[in-house]
Design a protein around this ligand. Structure first.
Ligand code: COA
Length: 148
């Protein structure tokens, strides 16, 4: 499954008084690119049900290019986990830095907003199988936290 890649430039309207981007702007881009990846996979409307920890690693300055890459990392019965990696790029020097990484869970829904089944993903390669195992572990932890 090919990733969704969103490329944006940080404008003054995205920034705080320090001239670096607001976290909420990056969060919006993460949510949108992950939703597109989930929707393309499910061929259905989807809703965000959970966003795991978000850590902002480096400040992203006005004028920088932000590259948001969203890829399906796990497929359940009605839910999908999307891994999103955000890179901050100084397009003048070509320098890039990992800026944020997040896992989001989306659920495919019908016209009444009820969960509906998505096409199953059967991992075939060793890499896909290893990725699924890791994702299953995250899913278990996530649901444990949610259900208390
Ligand atoms: C998403 C929603 C439809 C799920 O409904 P629900 O009655 O909890 O559905 P279920 O308990 O059957 O769970 C459906 C799937 O979501 C997963 N899920 C439910 N709550 C979850 C959570 N907090 N975190 C991660 N996954 C979750 C379940 O594990 C299940 O996955 P699976 O089918 O792949 O096994 C409902 O919670 C909802 O509408 N939430 C609001 C969504 C929203 O408005 N988002 C923001 C704007 S897009």
């Amino acid at each position: 499954m090919s990733p969704v890649i969103m490329t944006e430039i940080v404008l003054p309207s995205h920034a705080n008084a320090l001239g670096t981007i607001f976290g909420g702007v990056v969060m919006g881009w993460i949510d949108i690119s992950a939703a597109i990846a989930a929707q393309r996979y499910a061929r259905s409307p989807v809703v965000t049900v959970s966003i795991d920890y978000l850590h902002f690693i480096v400040p992203i300055k006005v004028g920088y290019t932000v590259v948001v890459k969203a890829q399906i990392s796990y497929v359940g019965r009605t839910s999908m986990e999307i891994e999103v990696n955000v890179q901050a790029e100084n397009s003048i020097t070509g320098e890039t830095h990992p800026a944020t990484k997040a896992y989001l869970t989306f659920v495919a829904v019908d016209e009444k907003g009820a969960p509906k089944q998505v096409p199953p993903f059967i991992p075939k390669t060793a890499e896909d199988k290893a990725r699924r195992l890791k994702a299953e572990k995250r899913r278990k932890e996530r649901l444990k936290i949610f259900h208390g």
